[in-house]
Design a protein. Structure first.
Length: 117
């Protein structure tokens, strides 16, 4: 039996605001979208879904730390761009012995870590 990861999903309350954040501000590659969900990162590997929280069970899942970490190049420039665009940070850019990291919040408050790679 083989098991592999298909995707990770972030729940949001406003899909249009989320689309602007993930596609336009973070510049994630959008693979497909519907009226209730978007999927990012093309290819054979895992994707990241952003889904409208439509049920009472899903709504509390919007606006929390997701545990998702994205690797970016030139994190300092990206953080300046995001700050200028009004993106909120849960943790500002920090330098540590292992590298540079920041944590951004999407419009619903979901937290995504960014590390320079």
């Amino acid at each position: 039996m083989a098991i592999k990861m298909k995707n990770v999903v972030v729940f949001v309350l406003d899909l249009e605001k989320a689309k602007h954040f993930y596609k336009e501000q973070l510049k994630l590659p959008l693979v497909q979208e519907s009226v209730t969900m978007m999927e990012f990162f093309p290819g054979d590997g895992p994707t990241m879904g952003v889904a409208l929280a439509m049920t009472d069970m899903a709504k509390p899942l919007a606006g929390r730390h997701t545990g998702i970490t994205l690797t970016v190049t030139d994190i300092e420039s990206l953080c300046k761009e995001l700050t200028a665009a009004g993106v909120k940070f849960a943790e500002p850019l920090e330098r540590s012995p292992w590298g540079k990291m920041a944590v951004v919040k999407d419009p619903d408050g979901n937290q995504i870590a960014l590390v320079e790679g």
